[in-house]
Design a protein around this ligand. Structure first.
Ligand code: COA
Length: 247
């Protein structure tokens, strides 16, 4: 791994973006490394953060200079696949943001389940100011979070906002002066919750289609096949702390 560092602790894995450029631009090699780290750890709760002075200031603009339309199409297609993959990782994925989360960096954060930011971090999709548009699902995920008109305003003007404003808009879940510390605390809470139920909740809250009401009922039925469901009910009734095993 040339562009990321990995730390594993029991059920939690931290992925640190660490490029030689201090604002951590995301080139394809970095994205593929993040993908590989997550792919090979399907059972882990993930925290993504940046070393240096940023989460990530976005796609590597240097690489755009020579990019042909077919290369750009491939770049966006593969980037989108990786963002979908993160959004569908079985366990929660938390973005811990400091410094900058711009362009592809913010899109990476948007693909995560939770975003924790410092108050003064700068977040946004400034692609339009570079003559391009978000290409890693940012237009769609922003629309889901902000609605049509607000997301159009945000993206079409290439707005850059502080973490505090992003919290008010609902783009980040929590503000913290130490986002990784808060992310680790939340990941710790997840690590004692039943993973199958967590996975079903993630499926239902992150996927969008009309079948989700039916699927909710199906998965509600399926969760009752698990030992963790029985343990949860039994522990509650016996006034004990449940010990979930993932079965
Ligand atoms: N890709 C490649 N290099 C980048 C980059 C990016 N997305 N963002 C910043 N850099 C480089 C700069 O070119 C500069 O390199 P240099 O030291 O060789 O000149 C270095 O990182 C520091 O950037 P600089 O602008 O001097 O630092 P700053 O602290 O004044 O500003 C940012 C930081 C992040 C606000 C500013 O660099 C910026 O706006 N970057 C572009 C963000 C963007 O548009 N992202 C969307 C890309 S699609």
């Amino acid at each position: 791994m040339n562009n990321i560092e990995i730390e594993k602790k029991e059920k939690i894995m931290n992925i640190w973006i660490k490029r030689e450029i201090p604002v951590n631009p995301l080139n394809m090699e970095t994205l593929e490394e993040i993908y590989e780290a997550i792919r090979s750890n399907p059972e882990k709760i993930i925290i993504i953060a940046g070393r240096n002075k940023a989460f990530s200031a976005g796609a590597d603009i240097k690489g755009f200079l020579e990019m042909k339309p077919s290369d750009a199409f491939h770049f966006s297609t593969r980037g989108n696949e990786i963002m979908h993959f993160i959004a569908q990782h079985p366990m929660p994925v938390i973005a811990a943001i400091h410094g900058y989360a711009l362009g592809g960096g913010f899109e990476l954060a948007l693909a995560c389940d939770l975003r924790i930011s410092t108050e003064d971090a700068v977040l946004g999709l400034p692609e339009v100011t570079l003559g391009i548009l978000p290409g890693f699902g940012g237009t769609q995920r922003m629309k889901e979070l902000l609605g049509e008109s607000m997301s159009f305003d945000f993206i079409s003007r290439g707005k850059r906002i502080k973490g505090s404003e992003a919290k008010e808009l609902g783009l980040v879940n929590y503000l913290s002066s130490n986002p990784v510390e808060l992310a680790s605390q939340i990941a710790g809470e997840y690590s004692v919750l039943p993973p199958i139920a967590l996975n079903y909740i993630k499926k239902l809250t992150r996927k969008r289609n009309d079948r989700l009401f039916e699927e909710e009922a199906e998965l509600f039925g399926k969760i009752f096949e698990t030992a963790d469901q029985k343990e949860g009910a039994k522990a509650f009734l016996e006034k004990k702390k449940p010990q979930f095993t993932g079965r």
